[in-house]
Design a protein around this ligand. Structure first.
Ligand SMILES: Nc1nc2c(c(=O)[nH]1)N[C@H]1C(S)=C(S)[C@@H](COP(=O)(O)OP(=O)(O)OC[C@H]3O[C@@H](n4cnc5c(=O)[nH]c(N)nc54)[C@H](O)[C@@H]3O)O[C@H]1N2
Ligand SMILES: Nc1nc2c(c(=O)[nH]1)N[C@H]1C(S)=C(S)[C@@H](COP(=O)(O)OP(=O)(O)OC[C@H]3O[C@@H](n4cnc5c(=O)[nH]c(N)nc54)[C@H](O)[C@@H]3O)O[C@H]1N2
Ligand SMILES: [Mo]
Length: 746
């Protein structure tokens, strides 16, 4: 391990890394000016993560990794007609993701014409006509797929789903399908709302915070400020994770580097539970069994009986199942000693207000929905939903993924949304559910879907089973990327392909009525404005709402739907429509202008439960059995500290001590020895699912503090190993944190 991986996270290392990235991409002065606008009331919402901004903002509401995201967008590099004249598509396919990202911003609309092996320039007008003609020529609207990533603004998202439904399909898969779908699905069933119930004020009041399957030091660094404050005032923090993620051990706030030059950070988590991969159901059952035992031993002083009585259903069945659960199985499947499970239960028992946070470590498993519902079970026992200092906190990924959903980007919309669209726009929206991400891949593979449109994102590399996704995309007649930067989805294309380059979050957006802002919703359901001020990367760029409107006008018959041109002239006109159609958005254009924005409605927070039974529900789930065969390991796919999903900023993973390499497999040292392998050796990984084998070549063995029989690799390199059909029950999320592999010398 390098020195860095032993030091406190944050601190000087974070400051240096921030400055390096900013200076390299943007130049120091321009970069610094841009950074000061991040997450300010008059500035742009950081395109990094969806963690909320505090009401009292400091002048530096960004973090090392937010700075990398801003720098990546603000880069001086340009990918325009000259670039595509120099590089053919086969040549570009030879380059790494890191290289593609580093080339800079897309500047012009481009087309790959049928039979061509390179992109050539095209006018916006002709690009819209090509796409419009393609869509109109389909046998059915259901032969088109409209994907969305999570950076898209509410205004663009609203127009996009409206256009797609006017066109006649609900084929609106999104990145959420691979992300927090298990959270949304799991929470909706048991508390009646698919979102978190906490606010930042709750973090200031919690007595215990559980962090399950989340690495905030890398993926939500601004959350550390709040965890640090909590730890300092004595809040107990428990990390449940196969890895002891560095920033949860010790953290120095970059703004406190000078006062703490001693280099000693604030310890964050007091308790590290190194659960086996997908051992969370077993572990949570163990914790709850111990909580019930404590309750029995204290004559009922532990549980919140009044809450359970008044607000929940299913408690008796739940309790009976828990009593029947076997400690031997709990310990074996979780990989955690009973004594530690009981210690964690004590922390929960002693806390009168507990928050549970989680991210991909819980959602991306076959039993992802069950994981989330077990977390809710734990919270319900002590009434920890809808009370100050307590609640559920699924920490979102993309900065506006939650807002896109609120605006109607989803493949299985509720009838209410469709009814309101129908009433407002006078048409009959399609009622049949559309395709989610995994289903869309299958449909393209089978020739049932022929046109793929992507509003942001990198569908090729973010989805599971890379080789099959490539086949699916290549079978399409037309693939279209509305994007800021080049990625592999621009290169693995249908017979024809379009690149429609758009403005980024940080850039000035001027329309006929003047400068525009957009709105976004963060992880705590706060909707607020975001306005870019930087010069656009090229004068050819269009805004996302304008591109969606352009596609709509080229596709829909004259007079169908709203006056797209007028809407784009002044985004307040889009906001008027949002106010009419989306629940909780009345008076939208005024309320988003409040400095702190406004909060979307959330019944569970007020303890009204929009569930089937009208109450919060206890649920019972079996302990998933790990039937690992001889020589098999359970593999999770992770993010390094130097990437944003499929965007690779650099090749280091500072907190885990990895330098200059992404093809690594983290392994327990005893497993390394037992398998006859050596540190630094190259191995091939073979995944096994449904009788088929998939091979990933050339991973470097890296002995690491990880439970036995568990291994870790990086996303997206390891996506070749994630089977398309290995998905979570109910949410259909790829199980990209439970991949069964064997390991062989390369
Ligand atoms: N800088 C940066 N920020 C980001 C992103 C990024 O790529 N870079 N991505 C954004 C997006 S879209 C998202 S969704 C979030 C993702 O944020 P995270 O979910 O934190 O990201 P992952 O790297 O997938 O990490 C998952 C964590 O879960 C743990 N884990 C894996 N399997 C299990 C398990 O079975 N049980 C438990 N208890 N833990 C497990 C891993 O060890 C790891 O610490 O971050 C967002 N923010
Ligand atoms: N194995 C494995 N697979 C995973 C995961 C995992 O943990 N393991 N995580 C999953 C998760 S949580 C997620 S959210 C998905 C992410 O899936 P996606 O959201 O599809 O992928 P990203 O890499 O975030 O997309 C990056 C691209 O978005 C474009 N872009 C950036 N900013 C903008 C913008 O402002 N507007 C537009 N129009 N385009 C923009 C750029 O071209 C950039 O290359 O991946 C999933 N895949
Ligand atoms: Mo995500």
């Amino acid at each position: 391990m390098t020195q860095d991986s032993k030091k406190a996270a944050g601190g000087m290392g974070a400051l240096i890394s921030t400055m390096e990235h900013v200076a390299r991409e943007m130049g120091l002065w321009r970069g610094a000016r841009l950074m000061l606008k991040a997450n300010q009331p008059e500035g742009f919402d950081c395109p990094g993560c969806a963690w909320p901004e505090p009401a009292e903002r400091s002048s530096f509401e960004f973090c090392e990794n937010g700075a990398k995201a801003v720098a990546a967008e603000g880069t001086r590099g340009r990918v325009g007609p000259a670039f595509f004249a120099r590089w053919s598509i086969p040549e570009l396919l030879e380059q790494s993701d890191h290289w593609l990202e580093a080339q800079g911003r897309l500047t012009h609309p481009m087309i790959r014409r049928e039979g061509a092996n390179a992109y050539t320039p095209i006018s916006w007008q002709e690009a819209f006509e090509v796409l419009g003609a393609g869509l109109k020529g389909l046998g059915s609207p259901d032969e088109a797929v409209f994907y969305t990533s999570g950076r898209t603004s509410n205004e663009a998202a609203f127009l996009y789903q409206l256009f797609v439904r006017l066109f006649g399909t609900n084929n609106l898969p999104d990145c959420s399908n691979m992300c927090h779908e298990s959270s949304g699905r799991g929470l909706s069933e048991v508390i009646g709302v698919g979102k978190g119930t906490v606010s930042l004020e709750d973090f200031a009041r919690a007595e215990a915070i559980f962090i399950l399957g989340q690495n905030p030091g890398t993926n939500h660094p601004r959350m550390l400020t709040h965890l640090q404050e909590a730890a300092r005032r004595g809040c107990r923090i428990v990390s449940i994770n196969p890895l002891r993620e560095r920033a949860l051990e010790s953290f120095i706030h970059p703004q406190e580097v000078l006062p703490t030059l001693t280099g000693r950070g604030t310890p964050i988590a007091g308790e590290f539970v190194q659960v086996r991969i997908n051992g969370d159901v077993a572990l949570l059952k163990g914790i709850m069994k111990a909580v019930l035992a404590a309750d029995a031993g204290s004559e009922g002083a532990v549980l919140d009986r009044a809450f359970i009585e008044a607000h929940t259903e299913g408690f008796e069945d739940f309790k009976a199942a828990l009593e029947a659960a076997d400690w031997g199985e709990i310990v074996a499947q979780s990989g955690v000693e009973r004594a530690q499970i009981e210690a964690v239960a004590r922390i929960y028992v002693e806390s009168s207000a507990t928050i549970a946070c989680w991210a991909m470590g819980l959602t991306q498993h076959k039993n992802g929905v069950a994981n989330i519902q077990e977390v809710v079970n734990l919270l319900l026992l002590k009434g920890n939903v809808g009370k100050p200092g307590a609640g559920v906190c699924p920490v979102r990924g993309h900065s506006n993924v939650q807002g896109d959903r609120s605006m109607g980007i989803l493949s299985n919309p509720k009838a209410g949304l469709l009814d309101r669209l129908s009433a407002t726009f006078g048409f009959e929206p399609p009622r049949a559910p559309g395709l989610d991400s995994v289903e869309a891949i299958r449909a393209m593979r089978d020739g049932r879907a022929k046109i793929f449109v992507s509003l942001g994102g990198n569908f090729h590399s973010a989805t599971p089973d890379t080789a099959r996704v490539a086949e699916a995309l290549e079978r399409c007649a037309l693939t279209v990327q509305i994007s800021t930067k080049l990625n592999r989805s621009h290169l693995v294309t249908g017979r024809q392909a379009l690149i429609l380059p758009c403005l980024g979050r940080t850039e000035r957006d001027t329309q006929a009525s003047g400068p525009q802002f957009v709105t976004v919703e963060n992880s705590m359901s706060i909707v607020h404005r975001s306005e870019g001020h930087a010069d656009p990367a090229s004068d050819q760029l269009m805004s996302e709402p304008a591109i969606v409107a352009g596609i709509a006008r080229a596709t829909l018959p004259e007079g169908v739907g709203p006056d797209w041109r007028a809407l784009v002239e002044d985004y307040d006109r889009i906001r008027d429509l949002i106010a009419q159609v989306i629940p909780g958005c009345a008076d939208y254009k005024r309320r988003v202008r409040e400095p702190a924005g406004f909060v979307m409605p959330n019944g569970a927070r007020e303890r009204t439960w929009a569930t089937e039974g009208g109450k919060a529900a206890f649920t019972v789930h079996p302990i998933p059995a790990h039937d690992l065969g001889e020589g098999q390991y359970m593999m999770m796919t992770l993010r390094s500290h130097d990437q944003y999903n499929t965007t690779i900023y650099g090749l280091d993973d500072r907190y885990r001590g990895v330098k200059g390499e992404r093809m690594v497999v983290f392994m327990n040292p005893e497993d390394v020895a037992e398998a006859g392998l050596e540190a630094g050796q190259r191995v091939d990984l073979v995944s096994h699912f449904g009788g088929a084998a998939r091979v990933g070549r050339g991973f470097l063995v890296r002995p690491f503090d990880i439970p036995r029989r568990c291994v870790g690799t990086y996303f997206p390199e390891a996506n070749v190993l994630v089977p398309l059909d290995s998905v979570a029950d109910k949410s259909n999320t790829p199980a990209s944190k439970s991949v069964i592999v064997t390991i062989q010398p390369a």
